[in-house]
Design a protein around this ligand. Structure first.
Ligand code: PEP
Length: 268
């Protein structure tokens, strides 16, 4: 039985005091619960302070990105060892905003310039974090143009195969995959629960095909894209959806706690 994971992606929001205040509210109201795992992913600047605010709780800390090099002249980048020294457990990899997609299948040079992540660079990041015990939350998903031209499944299979190729099942035991249709992120346009379930199932069967059935049964597959308290129940009760990656709604403690509650009661 896979424990559901609800991860909040705070994106480029909240100063350090604001992040600490939000973490404290979630901590107080979440208490200690073992039937659901919860993580928050603040901006790099707030990781240390939010980590301190969460000390002694079961709420995990995650980062929104990482660079694959150990150290060196890489101005503005953060190395895996830096995250592990802050007791980060999760790292989001390949969010559509760091892939530079912003809803587009063909990426304009101006937008690509932000981060320019590719499946190949994501593979390097994945391989770089595993020795530090950092757990990847690998985001995959199609743009609206790709969905409308019936390319959803092929895009996702390609993202998975190019990123995870030649890796051993044992290395991937802590992998979390998040299905995040690009057109649903931050738009209020949520993917239908049945369709999100179908694509999460496709992710699992792709992992089984590439690696091992046993691995595909332990890997958690999340849905992300405009998850809110009002749609969390229908999404989280789907058998292939093991939790949610939550953006905007994770900044509101009431909404976030209701989504956590939906994960806890999903089989009930
Ligand atoms: C995200 O940032 O991963 C996300 C899914 O955002 P939102 O919930 O705001 O759509």
């Amino acid at each position: 039985m896979r424990t559901p994971l609800i991860a909040g992606n705070w994106k480029m929001n909240l100063t350090v005091p604001e992040g600490v205040a939000l973490a404290e509210q979630i901590r107080q109201r979440f208490g200690v619960q073992e039937d659901v795992e919860v993580a928050v992913c603040p901006a790099f600047t707030a990781l240390y302070s939010v980590g301190q605010a969460l000390r002694g709780s079961t709420i995990k800390l995650g980062a929104q990105n990482v660079f694959w090099k150990e150290k060196g002249a890489y101005t503005g980048h953060i190395a895996p060892a830096m995250l592990s020294s802050l007791h980060c457990e999760y790292v989001i990899l390949g969010h559509s905003e760091t892939r530079g997609r912003f809803g587009q299948s063909e990426i304009e040079a101006e937008l690509l310039g932000y981060f320019s992540e590719t499946n190949a660079s994501l593979k390097k990041k994945l391989e770089a974090i595993l020795p530090y015990g950092l757990r990847p939350v690998l985001c995959v998903g199609e743009t609206l143009a790709e969905r409308e031209s019936q390319k959803t499944d092929a895009v996702i299979q390609q993202q998975l195969s190019e990123t995870l190729q030649a890796m051993e099942p044992d290395e991937l035991r802590d992998l979390v995959v998040a299905y995040e249709p690009v057109w649903a992120i931050g738009t209020g346009q949520v993917c239908e629960a049945d369709e999100a379930n179908r694509v999460c199932g496709l992710i699992r069967s792709t992992l089984a095909h590439m690696h091992h059935t046993e691995l595909s049964e332990v890997v958690r597959v999340l849905y992300g894209g405009s998850v809110k308290a009002s749609n969390a129940n229908s999404l989280l009760k789907q058998p292939e959806i093991d939790g949610a990656l939550v953006g905007g709604a994770s900044l509101d403690p009431e909404e976030f706690l209701q989504i956590i509650h939906a994960a806890r009661t999903r089989k009930g």
